[in-house]
Design a protein. Structure first.
Length: 78
């Protein structure tokens, strides 16, 4: 991953975006600390987002709660 300072990122933003479109990841730093990352956008499946959760499924309580008793509905519309 390439690292650039904020000043350089501002001056070369279009070139950095072209590099990101080509698949490169770029870290933007301020005073030597990473404050942002430019990464290529790619479509993701919902299963990708939940994969870490399923790795620990045995530690989770996946039982559905009991249904609530329905409440009566008043017919008057005040």
């Amino acid at each position: 991953m390439r690292t650039v300072q904020i000043v350089e990122a501002k001056a070369r933003f279009s070139a950095l975006l072209a590099a990101v479109e080509a698949g490169e990841e770029i870290a933007i730093t301020r005073h030597g600390k990473v404050v942002a990352r430019l990464v290529p956008d790619r479509p993701r499946m919902a299963s990708e987002l939940f994969r870490p959760m399923w790795d620990h499924a045995d530690e989770m309580d996946l039982e559905a709660p009991a249904d609530l008793i329905p409440e009566p509905v008043s017919e008057s519309l005040d």
